[in-house]
Design a protein around this ligand. Structure first.
Ligand code: AMP
Ligand code: MG
Length: 489
């Protein structure tokens, strides 16, 4: 079937700069048609910001694009090649179930990758079927949109379309395709791939491309590749600090799942922490807790060291000097992360300015939360709104003493209580996508009732308004055993 047909009524406006890179980085691949496409959810505000016409996307032609039955005009679909360290082991990967249609140039001139996820097999599929199930794709939709609303850089979800075809996992599940929007899909693993299997020229092309696309401000620097490494390190330090501040656990921080743009990418077995505990792990495949909440900053710098290794040949002609330069940059991560994190924590506690004892104050609170398995999000909400809560934390005299210390610290700042409340309200989300709420929404959606998910999405869309409707979503489930997430591939 010929797949390229005019669908410009939808507003597609593609460029395909990735296809102009060395060919070893990708493989041309048309989408694999599906049986009976049906639109499950369309992100209308995102469509509008991309210059896309939501109405046209909902029509048959538009839907055929979102399900992978035809490529829109101007698209040059490709599967991207990349490698990666998965749980520490290096391997060749690539888009095994995704296709980059092209880059949509939005009305404001910004460039966004438009990727179909679950669109069928590619050269890189290995033994996989190239498909995705509806539940996990809706899960990515909900969580990535929640992350965006929380102010955390992330890929986004334009739409989820059911395919009408079954996918075979432990059970038979309905299939779906998610349309993902990203600043780009360049990964640490893309550089690992070029460094391992490409020429120096391939690596230079890739690095120049990444700089032009994500870090144009450093293009003129003397050692632009070193500046590039520095810039990626800074963005990841800031990103991971933001994850820590909201209690987000990515779940599979493999190097192929770390984006060069600094966006959160590849929502698999991710989840938000309820009770505060740095050892929290949700993913059923992470038996050793490599990607536990408290490990995320360490894994972040480990992954960045893999990026640095890949860049060594172009950092300096003398490889010993290159290693030294890379090490200096990597050493900055810890401090960058720590500064972002502490500044965010000050916001969560309503602290203006900086005092020496601030970090100890934060850590003392976290220790108490851990001791009493207090809910991470709700403890900060209780402090924000000065709520009297029940629970062992609030009955602990040590917490009462901590509170006095905290109030004394606040008393030493000149800002009014109103200013403090404002800072805390905008630093502490009223609602996060709690696991039991996400599961409830997915269960209903897979059975055909989208109402539960739509209500959840509305509550998550503006987490800092603190509306009455959101309060319902703040409740913590009764203890029901450890929550487990699955890759859902
Ligand atoms: P992920 O865990 O989603 O980051 O995927 C890791 C790798 O496995 C990537 O190369 C994916 O493209 C590939 N992959 C995941 N699921 C499938 C599937 N159902 N069919 C083919 N490849 C897949
Ligand atoms: Mg991945």
């Amino acid at each position: 079937m010929t797949i390229h047909e005019a669908t410009s009524r939808a507003g597609w406006n593609f460029d395909n700069s990735y296809s102009r890179l060395p060919h070893m980085l990708f493989d041309e691949q048309e989408p694999n048609p599906v049986d009976d496409p049906r639109l499950v959810i369309l992100n209308e505000p995102l469509a509008a910001s991309l210059g896309l016409n939501a109405e046209a996307l909902r029509e048959e032609e538009g839907l055929e694009v979102l399900a992978g039955n035809r490529a829109p005009e101007g698209a040059e679909p490709i599967a991207q090649a990349y490698a990666g360290h998965q749980f520490g082991h290096f391997t060749m990967l690539g888009d095994g179930r995704a296709l980059l249609l092209g880059e949509q140039i939005a009305p404001n001139g910004a460039r966004y990758d438009i990727q179909l996820k679950g669109s069928g097999p590619t050269k890189y599929s290995r033994r996989g079927d190239g498909r995705a199930a509806l539940g996990p794709m809706l899960r990515e939709h909900i969580i990535s949109e929640a992350m965006h609303a929380l102010g955390i850089p992330t890929t986004r979800s334009l739409a989820v379309a059911a395919t009408g075809d079954p996918v075979f996992r432990e059970t038979v599940l309905p299939g779906a395709v998610l349309t993902r929007v990203a600043a780009s899909h360049l990964r640490v693993g893309t550089f690992q791939y070029a460094a391992n299997w490409g020429t120096a020229e391939d690596l230079y092309s890739l690095a120049d491309y990444a700089i032009e696309r994500h870090y144009p401000e450093i293009a003129g620097e003397d050692n632009r590749y070193l500046a590039f490494l520095r810039a990626v390190i800074a963005r990841q330090a800031s990103l991971i600090a933001k994850w820590q501040l909201v209690g987000f656990i990515h779940g599979v921080m493999n190097t192929d799942n770390m984006a060069i743009s600094g966006e959160t990418i590849d929502y698999g077995p991710c989840a938000f922490m309820d009770a505060y505990d740095p050892a929290t792990v949700f993913s059923s495949i992470d038996a050793n807790g490599r990607y536990a909440y408290g490990n995320q900053p360490y894994i972040g710098v480990w992954n960045l060291a893999r990026l640095a290794e890949s860049l060594l040949p172009i950092l300096h002609e003398d490889q010993e000097k290159a290693v030294k330069l890379a090490e200096e940059e990597l050493a900055a991560f810890t401090d960058l992360f720590h500064r972002s994190w502490l500044s965010g924590m000050r916001g969560k506690l309503g602290l203006f300015g900086e005092e020496e004892g601030d970090e100890a104050l934060v850590k003392h609170l976290l220790d108490l939360m851990k001791k009493h398995a207090a809910d991470y999000t709700n403890t900060f909400l209780a402090l924000t709104f000065d709520k009297t809560e029940k629970g062992p934390l609030y009955e602990d005299e040590e917490f009462a003493a901590w509170r006095e210390e905290w109030l004394a610290r606040r008393g030493r700042q000149e800002q009014s209580d109103e200013d403090t409340l404002r800072l805390m309200r905008e630093s502490n989300p009223a609602v996060i996508p709690r696991n039991h709420r996400v599961e409830e929404a997915l269960d209903a959606a897979v059975k055909g009732d989208l109402g539960v998910m739509e209500r959840l999405l509305r509550a998550l869309a503006d987490p800092y308004v603190h509306s009455a409707e959101q309060a319902e979503y703040a409740s913590v489930p009764e203890a029901c055993g450890p929550y487990r997430t699955f890759c859902g591939t």
